[in-house]
Design a protein around this ligand. Structure first.
Ligand SMILES: C[S@@+](CC[C@H](N)C(=O)[O-])C[C@H]1O[C@@H](n2cnc3c(N)ncnc32)[C@H](O)[C@@H]1O
Length: 210
């Protein structure tokens, strides 16, 4: 059964009332330009960020390596692909996003290198990951302070446990990672008080200018 445009908008609005949905909305407001651009959402999952960016007038493609995620996609233009081998030409996008993906990868560099390759020179790469302040203890304190229970609490604690086992990035860490693939850190900020997430925006520059 396909959703009508009205049903789709209503469903999207519902998603943005969740804690994670609100975080994604703020992240997109922070990194999307005002004019319509070509956006790639890598590790899109159910493609909420893709759908929200498309709703704001951007031309968006989402990719994920899990067919089950794509089967529940909130955005019509999605493809099955691994972040380490993106099926797009060099410079095909103006903004390449990865929300809650890079820190999970055993080695984030191949995916980040691919994201840099498909981003046009002068375009941007925007990433959302756990910050250097994320830990299970910090996430538990936040969940207690906000009275989170059930799935919301479990999701936050799970994110923190995975971050402890994988990566948590400071501005210096991200600046160094970006520089290795021809990206220049432009700005970064924390989110999820007291700063358990880190957003970062980097510019794609031609080699030699980093
Ligand atoms: C934690 S979810 C994040 C989903 C979405 N970006 C968000 O912020 O809500 C991570 C997603 O990345 C996908 N993923 C993990 N490794 C990947 C890879 N190497 N290439 C593409 N997608 C990947 C998973 O299938 C999952 O859908």
């Amino acid at each position: 059964m396909s959703l009508s445009a009205e049903d789709h908008d209503y469903f999207l609005a519902l998603q943005t009332r969740t804690g994670w949905g609100k975080t994604l909305v703020r992240f997109l407001e922070w990194c999307l330009p005002d004019r319509p651009v070509r956006v790639l959402d890598v590790g899109a999952g159910p493609a909420l960020a893709s759908a929200l960016a498309a709703q704001r007038g951007h031309w968006v493609v989402g990719v994920d390596r899990d067919p089950l995620m794509l089967a529940q996609s909130l955005h019509p233009t999605v493809a099955l692909a691994d972040a380490g081998a993106l099926p797009f030409g060099a410079g095909a996008f103006d903004l390449t996003l990865a929300s809650n993906l890079l820190y999970l990868l055993p080695d984030p560099l191949p995916a980040l290198r691919e994201m840099a390759r498909v981003t046009a020179p002068g375009g941007y790469v925007a990433v959302l990951n756990p910050s250097e302040r994320m830990s299970v203890a910090a996430a538990r304190a936040l969940a207690d302070a906000r009275g989170l229970t059930g799935l919301a609490r479990e999701t936050l604690l799970n994110l923190a446990a995975r971050a402890e086992a994988c990566y948590r990035w400071s501005p210096a860490d991200l600046g160094a990672l970006f520089a290795r693939v021809g990206l220049r850190l432009v700005r970064t900020r924390t989110a999820m008080r007291p700063g358990l997430l880190r957003w970062a925006l980097a510019e794609a520059v031609s080699s030699g200018r980093v």
